[in-house]
Design a protein around this ligand. Sequence first.
Ligand code: HEM
Length: 532
Amino acid sequence: MLTVAVPIAVPIAVPIAVPIAVPIAVALAVVAVLVSLPYWLPRRVVALRERVFARINGDEGIPVPGGLAGVDRFRELYSHPAANGRSRGAALSDLFWYWLSPGPEMHQEHLEPGERYDAVARTTRSLLAVPKAEAEELARRCAARRLEGVRGMVRLRDLMMPLWAEFAYELVFAEPCPREARDLIAANADDVVTSLKCTGLRHMDRRDRLTRYLLPRLDKVRVPLPDGLTPLEQAYYLQGAFFNTAVVQLSEGMAHLLLVLARHPEEQERARTSDDRHFDRVINETLRLYPLFGIAHRITSGDIALDEHTTIPAGSVLCFNYPEFHRAGFADPDRFDPGRFDRPAKELNHIPFGVAANRPCPAWRLAPIVMRVVAREVLDRYVLDSSVSHTRSLPSRGPCLLTPRGAPHRPRLALAYMRVRDRWEDVWRSLVQLVLGTYMVWDAHRLRLCERHFAEAAARDPAEERHPAEEGDPAETEAPTAAEAPDRTTDAPDRATDAPDRTTDAPDASDAFDAENRYAHHGRHPGSRRTR
Ligand code: HEM
């Protein structure tokens, strides 16, 4: 039989006002804490995340600018011939290799100086050496295709990624990008940037699918690929430089550019109707406020004397802080003001594409040209509005309202909704970033992809023990002042038109992939005995 317990009234010994007042006060406090969460929690969580990262990574880095060298020595140190190690010897590299896998050992950004680096950098320059008018036309075509039928609320990074995927594909293969390739490239790039921002974990299957797609197509690349690389290494090189870095950086750069215009309506209108010179100021100022690199690190291959008492010893990790350098020397540095670039950019603390003497971005000419074209295509079609917070890392992917020009433009309600949603997403996202970021930093530390790579290379060939910097001069490159609109997009020789001679066929390449990709993901070389 079902029995029901009936509560028996207990005489209350205390005055009635207290028990009512207490729960009300507690409820009000809870509501106040909840409502105020978006205003304080994300900031605290970001600070906590940084502390956790620093704890796991160790405090190996020398920040520049910082206590040892200020803003005035920033360029000098960055350009120093001994500041030329890229990966070996820094715990930070394990983290970057983890995020940029598969094939981080073939990523141009992370190759040590030497013959292999030179060959890869030459190939990148050839692929980027497109006549300016051709690059503009290609960007325009990709934008027109992507923007067809788009309107309403979008996330700018997501909007841009398939566009730049098609652009990068056509740069590399000189033929229109098939839909399958576009989706694979966008999925790869999105996975990389999502994990970099700690808003999601790595999905190596998505990235591997692209590698598999590229392997049988290496002989279709429009310039000869670097000699002395296996087909898998060639695929990793292409995937790293063009289908990861190029797509991620252009998508992020465009998300910042369009978001800044969406949040500054008067600048938006001015940019839309302005000449290219003004537009370049807008791009320069966007990349000053929101540089795509937070920190670029270098490992010193020799001592660097700062003064008669202070020397930075060989093997130090220098961490060049872009946002801090870009704020120094500007009045009201957090304000968006393209007018700052009425002066030549090279006179200002402005290095969005790195420094000329130390491996600057090979796309420093091409990128602003094609970004300008795509931004104009967007502004010609839409009025942009946004009310979200705009930070350098932009984990929100840039929510924005696109209203077709000529359509009724009444964004007030949509913007109010967007603002509230963004604040609450920030709360959730900052917690996700804390948890996933901590896990990935720990996992990268555990896998030690970079450290193991060099240890195993040294075990195979003791000559590898030498720092590559001892083998040759640091690369000399031209000064990357942004947006000078030259006729060609790099200084590389005319692009090669001959089809490269290839002897390897796809099945072999895929076999190699199956064996080697285990190493890329788990830090085990196929020849190594180590087990997990
Ligand atoms: C808005 C767009 C871009 C920005 C702001 C940008 C920024 C940068 C910066 C600051 C560096 C140097 C970092 C360092 O000193 O370690 C760099 C390096 C690099 N970038 Fe870009 N980048 C952009 C687009 C591209 C594109 C379209 C490509 C296409 C291939 C590209 C490929 C590379 C490569 C391969 C490196 C490594 C260079 C080397 O170590 O030799 N970037 N980028």
